[in-house]
Design a protein around this ligand. Sequence first.
Ligand SMILES: [Zn+2]
Ligand SMILES: [Zn+2]
Length: 211
Amino acid sequence: MSPAEPTTETEEVEEPELPPFLIEGARSGRAKCKTCRRAIPKDTLRIGIRVEGPFGVGHMWHHLACAAKRQFEKVEEAYAMEAWRFAKDEPADLPSLEELRELREVAEQKKKEAKEIPYAELDPSGRAKCKHCGEPMEKGTPRVVLGRAVEFGQQTRTSPINVHPGCVADALQADDSATEVDGFAEALRANSKGLDAVVLDSVLDEIGSLY
Ligand SMILES: [Zn+2]
Ligand SMILES: [Zn+2]
């Protein structure tokens, strides 16, 4: 898709109306992406989506890739109207709409696969050991995935650990546990969608009461 040539018609120039979409290389590094909330570095492709707020009309900026992942329909509309034509400098390396569609599909697939901690599942391999007691986990038996706080330099991240259902109560008391005791059973129910309800009930029985 190549951007259209600028028109050469001479017309009365009216106050230019803000286009509903604008695709361009960021003119500064000051705007933040409204999707991921991170900065949009200068020259990075961004899309402005016109919004009418209490203070007037303006563009909300998103990384083009972020918008493709989260509101692809808008990106489609913007491409249909060749929204890069409204840019001061037309961006040179625009991805095709198909590339952006793929980006969205990958993102949605990942979202489907990403499980929220805590959750219960059936042990897929029989090779893992319980991170609490160190004993092996049997293939096909339920295990519970909890969060453990891990420090990376200045940041703390949560990494998943596998434990036996019977080890959950103790594991949640560990200093580096990143999983809340409050509301644990509810969270486990909400997050363990792949697990049979009867199995899930037996897991919760085995976990027992938490202190
Ligand atoms: Zn973003
Ligand atoms: Zn264990």
